[in-house]
Design a protein around this ligand. Structure first.
Ligand code: ATP
Ligand code: MG
Length: 264
């Protein structure tokens, strides 16, 4: 096998028979999840509110140990946050006493110290510019809207150039047009660095636009109800929305979600 072929099919994450019940109220959030994430792929997790998407992402990030089953990254059990993983949480949490740019520099400061962080200022500034925050480097979180804070949090995640991005509804607070722009920006960043991305989203078109593979989850306890491979040409753009297959994929994901959504 050529090295190119080997890279194309390399499994990074492997999730085997993962179930999770939160103690206390004994809420079963995940039930028998099995999935693999290959190197350089873009995957989306989509499913009804409360079906366990964030819980699953937290197990992949090493922040939560599942009550049953196994999560491995590059064949190693994930027991703590792996260095190569960047996570963006559902709620953007910025430090209120630091400016936007100093929030972006925080992971470098924590990793390498304040002196080293100073050498990353230009990079942090460029990242903020690419997400449309050119005039807001010195703004404090209280001076930013929710969507602007989310964009700062995205920059903070990207500053360390993680190989693997775990994104929990990163664009939830953005307006439609900014969201589309950020979607394409995310694709560019992921493709440029051959990053492996797992995106949690509630938007079916967003999942189809960005993903190689969409995992549809059923209502709680969450399990994978369908796996839909999206075979649309790359790079994707707003033109992709007009591709004849785009609408068919959207319907396919919607049908999968309807099947897994047994509200009675
Ligand atoms: N720390 C926790 N302690 C107890 N129960 C929890 C905890 N976190 C999540 N849960 C429960 O687990 C289930 C799944 O929650 P989770 O946050 O993973 O859902 P989700 O799919 O991310 O939902 P949403 O789309 O609304 O973000 C829910 O029923 C929730 O109440
Ligand atoms: Mg969630």
């Amino acid at each position: 096998m050529s090295s190119l072929t080997a890279t194309a099919v390399d499994v990074r994450y492997k999730i085997t028979n993962v179930s999770h019940t939160f103690p206390g109220m004994e809420v079963q959030a995940l039930k028998d999840i099995n999935l693999s994430i290959t190197s350089g792929s873009f995957s989306s997790l989509i499913g009804p509110s409360g079906c366990g998407k964030s819980t699953l992402l937290n197990t992949m990030a090493g922040l939560l140990s599942p009550s049953q089953g196994q999560v491995t990254l590059d064949d190693q059990n994930v027991t703590e946050p792996p260095d190569e993983v960047g996570i963006m949480f559902q709620k953007a949490t910025l430090l209120p006493w630091r400016t936007a740019i100093d929030n972006v520099l925080l992971p470098i400061e924590l990793r390498d110290g304040a002196k080293a962080a100073a050498t990353f200022s230009d990079k942090a500034a460029n990242l903020l510019d690419t997400v449309g925050l050119a005039g807001f480097h010195e703004a404090y979180p209280r001076e930013l809207s929710g969507g602007m804070a989310q964009r700062v949090a995205i920059c903070r995640m990207l500053i360390t150039e993680p190989e693997i991005l775990l994104l929990d509804e990163p664009f939830g607070a953005l307006d439609e047009l900014t969201r589309e722009r950020m979607d394409l920006e995310l694709q560019r960043i992921a493709a440029g660095r051959t990053a492996t991305v797992v995106l949690v989203t509630h938007s079916i078109p967003e999942a189809v636009l960005l993903s190689d593979r969409v995992f549809a989850m059923s209502a709680r306890p969450g399990s994978i109800s369908d796996v839909i491979d999206i075979d649309l040409p790359r790079p994707r753009s707003m033109e992709t929305l007009n591709h004849p297959a785009f609408g068919a994929y959207v319907s396919q994901v919607r049908d999968a979600l309807n099947r897994g959504h047994d509200y009675v």
